[in-house]
Design a protein around this ligand. Structure first.
Ligand SMILES: Nc1ncnc2c1ncn2[C@@H]1O[C@H](COP(=O)(O)OP(=O)(O)OP(=O)(O)O)[C@@H](O)[C@H]1O
Ligand SMILES: [Mg+2]
Length: 230
């Protein structure tokens, strides 16, 4: 099966930096699979996810989305492809308004009628057991609640590939368990999921495949049981 997102020979350096954040990365992200990305602080996990999500343009190499060279595509093609992938920042970014409005926000941006957007938002909040937060204003959410809201906003938008950066940093054990179960359900419904994480328990619970980054290079890849030995 063709990869949904493919990084080929990707090198990346940040403006003003003299180091490579990524050095010659090859990666394939598939629909209906969960990929865990692990590695020490500064090893390049966030950079790799942002390149896969087309938030950054690689310094060298190609990023293909469903076979199309993203950065060689025209504006309308880029817009179409970009809608299929959502990257969730590790620090929650919430818009003004209630938690429910925030979860519905991605759908509202995509042009869904407000009633339907709110209905879908309510349903994913219920699925995660956080329907009780719906009417809470953004400033009244705890760190973990805000993190869940930002994850659920992406989930509600039903992308074909979901890129989660450190999704469990603020979550309690019960929420981690629920998130793992939600991710497996999304995977079983055909969504591709990538989780960059230091949470080996989450990675082992959900991943079909794992990669280990070190100093901007993929050092190991394979089945989580083998790759994620602690
Ligand atoms: N905005 C930036 N400007 C310059 N260098 C950066 C920037 N963001 C990251 N880097 C550098 O790029 C490299 C990879 O960083 P990245 O954030 O991808 O690591 P990470 O694996 O996600 O780390 P963590 O586990 O701490 O989240 C590091 O050397 C980091 O210092
Ligand atoms: Mg990171």
């Amino acid at each position: 099966m063709r990869a949904a997102i493919e990084l080929r020979g990707v090198w990346h350096t940040y403006p003003g930096s003299r180091r490579w954040a990524l050095e010659g990365v090859d990666l394939e992200i598939r629909e209906g699979r969960i990929l865990a990305v692990v590695g020490p602080n500064g090893s390049g996990k966030t950079t790799m996810l942002k390149l896969a999500g087309t938030l950054y343009r690689p310094t060298r190499g190609t990023v293909r989305l469903w076979g199309s060279d993203f950065w060689a595509s025209d504006g309308s093609q880029r817009l179409r492809l970009r809608r299929l992938v959502v990257y969730v920042h590790e620090k929650p970014v919430l818009v003004r308004g209630t938690a429910l409005h925030n979860v519905a926000y991605g759908l509202l941006l995509r042009g869904y009628p407000p009633e339907e957007a709110l209905e879908r938002a309510r349903s994913v909040m219920e699925r995660m057991g956080v329907a009780g937060l719906a009417s809470r204003e953004r400033g009244q959410l705890s760190a973990g609640e805000a993190q869940l809201v930002s994850i659920l906003r992406a989930v509600a938008a039903e992308p074909r590939v979901l890129l989660l950066d450190e999704p469990t940093a603020h979550l309690d054990l019960e929420k981690r368990r629920r998130l793992a179960s939600l991710l497996r359900e999304l995977r079983d419904r055909g969504m591709g999921v990538v989780v960059a994480t230091h949470d080996y328990l989450l990675a082992r619970r959900v991943a079909d495949e794992a990669v280990v980054l070190e100093e901007g290079r993929i050092r190991v890849r394979g089945p989580p049981g083998r790759v994620l030995e602690v």
